[in-house]
Design a protein around this ligand. Structure first.
Ligand code: TYM
Length: 388
């Protein structure tokens, strides 16, 4: 029998059955047909789409219709700055950047320092604001278009978000919030209000919003979709990714609070090597002899899965690694070394871009074309706020 699993915005436990999750959440699978349409419009298919890491959606077909029909759309995603980012956190941002490049659309990135202050008992305002800054550098390093991207920190930008948050909050009652997010009598009321805020950026433009995020964030989009039309806006669309599995095995998700499960963006080459050699769950046999004879199992081998998710983008090379590992020609140690090399290459490049981001941060937050407009005019006119 399949093991029990849990997916909420705050917790992922057990071995997630993604087909089942599509049924439980009521989302749609990303079909071959839809992938072909994206490829037709974008001219190529990103590896995260090709490999099925993004596996589910809401209204992605309508987003493509809007694009093809000249109505356009916009992108929204975010990060809760509770500490350093790991490579799993980057997945939605990588696809968001690709979508921005291919479709030339605006991107809004919400950094929820308020959410993490409310959610993490040990964090001070200073802590969350510092992580908001540090995480923003990692996000900018992904390479968004500075004139079409706006990154904002809730505690700083709240004045501009608040008029719409007021309207959204009035449309969510406590029973719904409790049922969707599992709030209890001891949840602080900051967190209880917070879902209203996470909905607000989906209403930044009078066009369809598309949200790339892991599927844990979907409960917010369900709430949004129940009220958006009553406010005169589109129901948001979403494209959902699976979780980057922890190093230690395919259950749950990579987690900041368990450093042995994650590779952080700041891990140096030695640490990366140590963690992978020591912790990466292996589908290999206990001895070399047995491995040569019986072969390994790439389906449960975390190193292979990480190569498949993102780190080996060449389909032919990936296939050869899979065949060699399954047949026993490739040993676990060799597979791990290859992953170490790939991740260190990726992180080396990331570190360089992150340093450059220190000089660019103002462009994304205040001075770029979109950022300037969002500060000066705000997302809505007075008439729009007074409507409905
Ligand atoms: P946060 O900081 O928990 O996560 C940031 C983004 O990373 C995704 N994610 C993962 N993706 C792949 N593998 C993993 N192991 C993994 N862990 C997390 C999350 O789904 C998310 O996309 N409340 C949000 C912040 C937020 C937001 C948004 C996120 C505000 N607005 C709009 C997405 C879209 C949060 O705390 O994310």
């Amino acid at each position: 029998m399949a093991e029990e699993f849990v997916v909420t915005p705050w917790e992922v436990r057990g071995r997630v059955d993604y087909d089942k999750l599509i049924n439980i959440f009521g989302t749609q699978p990303i079909t071959r047909e839809l992938l072909d349409r994206i490829e037709g419009l974008a001219g190529e298919l990103h590896v995260l789409l090709r490999r099925g890491v993004f596996f589910s959606h809401r209204d992605l077909d309508l987003v493509l219709d809007d694009y093809a029909g000249g109505r356009g759309f916009f992108l929204y995603t975010g990060r809760g700055p509770s500490g350093p980012m790991h490579i799993g956190h980057l997945i939605p941002f990588i696809l968001t950047k690709w979508l921005q490049d291919r479709f030339r659309v605006n991107v809004y990135i919400m950094i929820t320092d308020d959410e993490k202050y409310w959610d993490e008992p040990g964090m001070s305002i200073r802590d969350v604001r510092r992580w908001a800054y540090e995480n923003t550098l990692d996000i900018i390093a992904v390479g968004f278009d500075p004139d079409r991207t706006f990154v904002f920190h809730d505690i700083e930008y709240i004045g501009k978000l608040y008029p719409m948050a007021v309207k959204v909050a009035k449309r969510i009652n406590f029973n719904t919030a409790k049922a969707v997010f599992g709030f209890t009598g001891s949840t602080n009321i900051g967190l209880i209000f917070y879902p209203a805020l996470q909905v607000v950026p989906t209403l930044f433009e009078k066009r369809r919003c598309l949200i790339p995020a892991a599927i844990d964030q979907d409960p917010y989009w369900r709430i949004q979709r129940d009220m958006a039309e009553s406010l005169g806006y589109y129901k948001t669309a979403a494209i959902h990714s699976k979780f980057m599995p922890p190093l230690t095995g395919l259950e749950g998700k990579m987690s900041t609070s368990k450093p042995e499960t994650a590779i952080f963006l700041h891990d140096d080459p030695k640490t990366v090597r140590f963690k992978i050699m020591r912790y990466a769950f292996s589908g290999g046999q206990p001895t070399v002899e047995l491995h040569r004879r019986l072969g390994g199992n790439p389906d449960v081998d975390v190193s292979f899965q990480w190569l498949k998710i993102y780190f080996e983008q060449d389909d032919a090379k990936l296939k050869k690694i899979e065949d060699d590992y399954r047949s026993g020609r490739m040993l676990t140690g060799e597979l791990k070394e290859y992953l170490v090399e790939k991740i260190n290459e990726f992180l080396e490049e990331h570190r360089v871009k992150r340093e450059e981001a220190r000089k660019l941060i103002n462009l994304y937050m205040y001075d770029g074309e979109l950022a300037r407009r969002m500060w000066k005019e705000g997302p809505w006119s007075l008439e729009e706020i007074e409507e409905k």
